[in-house]
Write a protein that binds this ligand. Structure first.
Ligand SMILES: [Zn+2]
Length: 400
């Protein structure tokens, strides 16, 4: 008898916990919810959701935000997450800089600090990072204790279980993973995610991927990464390495990639590779002054592409086509509904999406083509931090 009662009690506790998590997630995604919207969203009655709401107000998770106009002229009370508590620090670590953002529960950036410190595979980088974060924490204009966690997005092969970044092994000092080291330094829960996976999560929760159960985001920046969402969740793979599209071979006799292999897609389609290829072709063409070739940047390449420079346009087309060819294999295996183009090359718009689409049409079976869309991000460079914040929130809510 006693055991059954204990079991019944634990089921009740579990169900209540699930409803709390669902209610918070609903308000997080929608911004503002009424009691009846919450009751519908968490599949329970209004009296029972009222009890949940009271608990969430007491715990500073949510607050009333006045009334909204409802049916029959009724004006039900609306609730939003409380922006003064449960803030999250998002640390964007990348190969050209470092930025620390404080995000409130309404996913708004309320503080930002940047430093032009590129990510390095060295123990001394850890000290640089620590100083940057400590200096920034000292100037954050919010009371201590209102930041609940740190979310980190960074490139590299991140082992989700151990918290190690295997591409930057020197950041995992003896016996301690990078994630554990950060946690130890700042005494806050830490959630570490690969930058491409953070981007696809941002697209899935807040961008053009909203409502799609199966989707990709192709991040074309200083490397090429494929973010995969299957059944609404980011697909990590056994060790967290899924989606390393940049390291499939496309040229058997191509250049050596930084990963150690030959002719990876990254060696011809990442932003630095595109610049290098264009520089090589410009040198064979008298129309381009030496100074222009030597100082060529990806921003200048994008500018020349928009002016329809024939040489640059051809390289952009080849780049898109090679990316599309690589994507066609992933599409054939996983059958996504939408592919969202992110990263610096997304600024090329149709110049990059058109050849991608053409390659997909060339290499994918016709049956795949009816449903698939290739679109440029609408999140304007914000998908990565939005996804990192969502990753932290999803994990924190699961721990409630
Ligand atoms: Zn490679």
């Amino acid at each position: 008898m006693f055991e059954e009662e204990v079991q019944d009690a634990s089921v009740v506790v579990y169900k209540k916990k699930r409803r709390l998590q669902q209610a918070l997630w609903l308000i997080y995604q929608q911004g503002v919810c009424t009691l009846s919207q919450l009751a519908k969203g968490v599949h329970t009655s209004v009296p029972s959701v009222t009890e949940l709401v009271e608990q969430l107000i007491q715990e500073n998770w949510i607050q009333t935000v006045g009334t909204v106009t409802g049916n029959n002229g009724r004006r039900p009370t609306a609730y939003s997450l409380n922006p003064d508590f449960h803030r999250v620090v998002v640390l964007d670590i990348n190969t050209h800089g470092l930025s620390l953002l404080v995000i409130d529960t309404r996913h708004e950036v309320v503080f930002k600090h940047e430093a032009p410190v590129p990510l390095e595979n060295s123990e001394s980088y850890l000290e640089t990072l620590k100083s940057f974060v400590m200096e920034t924490f000292a100037i954050i204009p919010f009371p201590e204790g209102t930041v609940m966690a740190i979310g980190i997005a960074m490139p590299g092969l991140i082992d989700e279980q151990t918290g190690k970044n295997l591409t930057y092994p020197k950041l995992n000092i003896t016996g301690v993973s990078f994630k554990e080291w950060i946690k130890h330094q700042f005494s806050l829960p830490v959630f570490l995610i690969n930058d491409t996976k953070a981007t696809v999560l941002g697209e899935s929760r807040f961008g053009r991927g909203q409502g799609s159960r199966h989707m990709f985001s192709l991040n074309i920046d200083w490397g090429v990464g494929l973010g995969i969402v299957l059944n609404g969740e980011v697909f990590q793979g056994a060790s967290g390495f899924a989606g390393e599209l940049g390291h499939i071979q496309v040229e058997a006799d191509g250049q050596r990639c930084y990963c150690g292999k030959i002719g990876c897609l990254d060696t011809i389609t990442s932003a630095p590779s595109v610049v290098r290829r264009i520089q090589k072709l410009m040198k064979q063409n008298d129309a381009y002054p030496e100074q222009e070739i030597a100082g060529l940047t990806i921003d200048r390449v994008l500018e020349l592409a928009h002016w329809q420079d024939p040489l640059v346009s051809q390289v952009m087309y080849d780049t898109g086509f090679q990316l599309g060819k690589g994507l066609a294999t992933a599409i054939t295996i996983l059958n996504p509904e939408i592919i969202i183009i992110d990263g610096i090359l997304a600024q090329a718009g149709e110049l990059i999406t058109k050849p991608i689409q053409e390659a997909i049409e060339t290499y994918c079976m016709g049956a795949f083509l009816d449903k698939i869309r290739v679109e440029v991000t609408r999140l304007d460079g914000n998908a990565k931090w939005m996804g990192t914040h969502a990753y932290v929130m999803e994990n924190i809510l699961n721990l409630l």
